[in-house]
Structure formats: structure tokens, C-alpha cells
Design a protein around this ligand. Structure first.
Ligand code: 13P
Ligand code: ZN
Length: 276
């Protein structure tokens, strides 16, 4: 079967495009990975390219030895995925030790998998084990409102979970385990991957302060839906916090009187009372 016509490829591309249209993928922001099922690998095996050289993953994921992943390319723009998936995406294969990968499809103009490959694969490894092989999608997006909240809320799992839950009744139902929070770290390496994967043992959602969010799920709909719900609750919270009625400064009654003189209008005194 043509690789571009497979169900998993079409689902992947649709999800990436949906994320782009939500405004979560400026430039090359964000990345997405999918762990292929054995029958999907067999379906496309005749159309895979001859293996290239093994490259280091940058971490070890022995629990994923020999598995195949569809991943976004580093530096590729989500907005271009639907236009030219063979340039923007790659199917990679892991070696028997889970320390190297090689490209078997895609990235036809060159390049390498996302710089967050260590975090994606370490998250996959944790979730594969914990969910008895069910979770297959790891999604990273630069979600505007979650990022904004990481500047004003304490960076604690407890506070983020409770505040997000309170914004919409569906939230505790959609993410009953809560959300984990990682303080600011340099992205793109093993260190942030270790910290994120540790939190993925407990949560399906991990927030990266001043950067974005990672979600894990069974399929494209559930993973997109989870990230979408968390980001929407963050949007509601941003609006609530934005409506804080305490003003630090304002236009005073005397300013209005001066304005009235300057612009030759009458502003009735009944409106220019002193507020408590
Ligand atoms: P990549 O282009 O390497 O996937 O990086 C984007 C990103 O969001 C890094 O956190
Ligand atoms: Zn990012």
C-alpha cells in the first residue's frame, strides 16, 4: 500500500494540520510522533527505502527496540506538512538496543527527525509499558495560553491541575490524573527528556514552562482532544485572570474635569464622584 495513503499517515497529517490551524505551531514550533502497529509496518514494508546509516537517538529506549515511528522533521513547519509530507516527515526504525535510529522513508530533501526525539521516544517507552501497548501518539505544541500561565502561576503540578480543573466542568473528566509541570529547561536533549518521561509515569499531560506542552494518547483524536481541552481551559483561566477588577491606575475625576475644559465639553459632576 502507498505509504501516503495509509490510515495512520492520513490521521497524522490531519492532526498536524489541525494543530497548525489552532495557532500552536508558529514557524517550526512543535513536533509529533506515532508508534506504528506491527501490521502497519508489514503493510508498508515493501515501500520502505533501503536503510540508511544508524544515527544515535541521544538516549536509550530499550523498551522500543526494533519499533518504527512516524515523526516530524527538525526545523520543518507544521503548515507545510499537508502540502509536502515527504519533505516534512520521516519514518524511522530503531535498532535492537534502542540507542540508534535510521530513516526508512521521508525527509526527501534531507534533514533529521525532530530535536525532541529523545523526549518523544522516552515518553513512548513509558506509556507503552504503563498502558499495555495502547498509547501510540506523543504530541508537543506551543500552546499560547498554557505558556502564558507559566509566567503567573506557581510551577507546581498541584496548582496547575486544580486551577485548570476549575475552569470547565469537563476538565477533571478529560484529564483526571492531572498535569505535570517542568520548570524552564534547555529543550532538545536528554535532560529534559528524562524529566518529562518521569512525569509521564504519572500524567498524560506535561507542561514545559515558558515553552509549551506534551500530551500522550492512544490515537490521534484522543491525543489532540486532550491537548485541545487543556489549552482551552488555560484560555478560560487567562480570561478570568485578565478580568481582575483591581485597577492600578485610571483616569481620575480631576483628569476628566481637565479634559472637559480642554475639549470644551460638559461632563456632569454626578458622574465624577470619588470611588471607594
Ligand atoms: P524541531 O523543529 O526540532 O521539532 O523543534 C521544534 C520545537 O518545538 C522544539 O521544542
Ligand atoms: Zn517546542
Amino acid at each position: 500500500m502507498k505509504i501516503l495513503e495509509t490510515r495512520f499517515m492520513q490521521g497524522f497529517i490531519k492532526m498536524a494540520d489541525d494543530g497548525y490551524h489552532q495557532g500552536w505551531h508558529e514557524r517550526n514550533g512543535g513536533n509529533l510522533s506515532y508508534r506504528l502497529k506491527p501490521d502497519e509496518v508489514e503493510l508498508i514494508r515493501p515501500r520502505l527505502n533501503a536503510p540508511g546509516d544508524w544515527q544515535p537517538i541521544g538516549t536509550e529506549v530499550p523498551g522500543l527496540a526494533g519499533e518504527f515511528f512516524l515523526v516530524t522533521g527538525s526545523g520543518k513547519y507544521f503548515r507545510n506538512i499537508i502540502v509536502d509530507p515527504e519533505v516534512c516527515l520521516a519514518i524511522i526504525e530503531l535498532d535492537d538496543a534502542g540507542v540508534n535510529y535510521r530513516i526508512r522513508w521521508g525527509l526527501v530533501e534531507g534533514g533529521r527527525p525532530t530535536s525532541e526525539l529523545p523526549t518523544h521516544l522516552m515518553n513512548h517507552e513509558v506509556k507503552k509499558k504503563l498502558t499495555n501497548d495502547r498509547h501510540r501518539v506523543i504530541y508537543h505544541a506551543h500552546t499560547t495560553n498554557i505558556i502564558a500561565l507559566t509566567f503567573v502561576l506557581p510551577l507546581s503540578d498541584k496548582v496547575f491541575t486544580r486551577e485548570l480543573w476549575e475552569t470547565a466542568t469537563e476538565c477533571p473528566v478529560v484529564f483526571p490524573d492531572g498535569v505535570g509541570v517542568v520548570g524552564w529547561m534547555v529543550p532538545g536533549g536528554r535532560e529534559i527528556a528524562l524529566k518529562t518521561a518521569e512525569l509521564m509515569e504519572k500524567y498524560d499531560v506535561v507542561i514545559w514552562a515558558h515553552h509549551g506542552m506534551f500530551c500522550s494518547g492512544e490515537d490521534f483524536d484522543l491525543t489532540f482532544g486532550l491537548l485541545h481541552t487543556v489549552e482551552k481551559s488555560a484560555e478560560i483561566l487567562v480570561k478570568i485572570l485578565s478580568m481582575n477588577p483591581r485597577k492600578l491606575q485610571t483616569i481620575t475625576p480631576d483628569n476628566f474635569r481637565d479634559l472637559a475644559k480642554g475639549f470644551n465639553v460638559t461632563l456632569p459632576e454626578e458622574f465624577l464622584y470619588e470611588k471607594p
